[in-house]
Design a protein around this ligand. Structure first.
Ligand SMILES: [Zn+2]
Length: 324
């Protein structure tokens, strides 16, 4: 069965506070956490399916003692740890180089408390990316980035970050508008490619969207569709997989904590789509998605995906020229 094509699986471990912060809700400043609930649940789920994936972790969470045990258990279970920024601000493309360096330094220091792994992979919050981010990644010897979401419908894809809160100030609203940066929207390739950054190169693994149509296919979106029609969500997912197979697109599937949580687990986040689904029903659907996925692909973590991709003759893009 070695003919199965490679695909990758990762989970962006956004914490409760980061959603509250983006939503503009009071109370995020004490960094409320659901990691002690979601991490054991996700680890058990992955273990039962014999999957080793990449968890993109936020530095601020790794820095806090209250999260130590749950975060350390991820690396102990032999999953890869990736960098998901320190502050989880989806406007990283507005940061100066100095600000980014500080952000990376703090994240790497905090991560050393929960894992011995050297961080070699990065995913910016809210798919934010800039030439400066790529420069900093290359300087710090990262091997891959997976912050691009090739889509024609950025506003819809990013609606995730755009729930309006009555408490949000005008200034906060303005900042959120800038989420629609030009940079990452310019790249429509679904296949891995290379950024040439001076002498160094970085593998880019885009978050896969539906070939041709470029609509989202991450698990949260599939679950959201299933709340309208399970049959529709199933057909959409199977179509996506077939289109990826036919076009030779190595699928990189993305999970989020809310795929493993119900509104009862996190009442503050009941405003999110599909948080009204009973947890049993939700997990059953996630299980179904993954069963189809692992049936068709050899599923690896992001590090392995990037290293295998690097051996191929990838298209090379000059990172600075893409910035205009
Ligand atoms: Zn995130």
């Amino acid at each position: 069965m070695s003919e199965k094509a490679i695909a990758s699986l990762s989970l962006d471990l956004d914490n409760k506070w980061s959603y509250m912060k983006t939503h503009g809700d009071a109370g995020w400043e004490s960094f409320p956490s659901y990691l002690d609930v979601v991490v054991p649940r996700a680890l058990r789920f992955l273990k039962e399916r014999n999957l080793k994936i990449t968890f993109f972790i936020v530095g601020q969470d790794a820095a806090l003692d209250k999260n130590h045990d749950s975060l350390a258990s991820i690396s102990e279970a032999k999953h890869e740890i990736g960098n998901h920024s320190y502050n989880h601000e989806p406007w990283l493309h507005l940061y100066s180089k100095q600000e980014l360096e500080t952000e990376f330094e703090r994240t790497e220091t905090a991560m050393a408390k929960i894992t011995d792994q050297k961080l070699i992979g990065f995913r910016g919050p809210g798919y934010s990316l800039s030439p400066t981010v790529l420069e900093v990644l290359a300087e710090r010897n990262y091997e891959y980035d997976c912050s691009t979401l090739p889509t024609y419908i950025a506003p819809l894809a990013r609606a995730y970050y755009f729930f309006k809160s009555p408490e949000m100030t005008d200034e906060e609203r303005e900042k959120r508008k800038k989420l629609f940066g030009k940079f990452s929207d310019g790249f429509q390739s679904l296949k891995p490619y290379k950024w040439q950054i001076g002498e160094k190169s970085l593998v880019e693994i885009p978050v896969t969207t539906l070939p041709v149509f470029k609509t989202p296919i991450h698990a949260s979106y599939l679950i959201y569709l299933s709340t309208f029609s399970k049959a529709l969500a199933r057909v959409y997912w199977k179509t996506a997989i077939e289109m990826c197979r036919m076009s030779g697109t190595p699928l990189s599937l993305l999970l989020h904590p809310l795929d493993f949580l119900s509104g009862e687990d996190a009442p503050e986040l009941k405003f999110f789509p599909a948080m009204n689904l009973p947890i049993g029903e939700k997990l059953e659907f996630v299980s179904e998605i993954l069963e189809v996925f692992t049936g068709k692909f050899e599923v690896v973590n992001m590090r392995e995906h990037a290293r295998l991709a690097a051996k191929e003759n990838l298209e090379s893009l000059d990172y600075a020229k893409q910035a205009a």
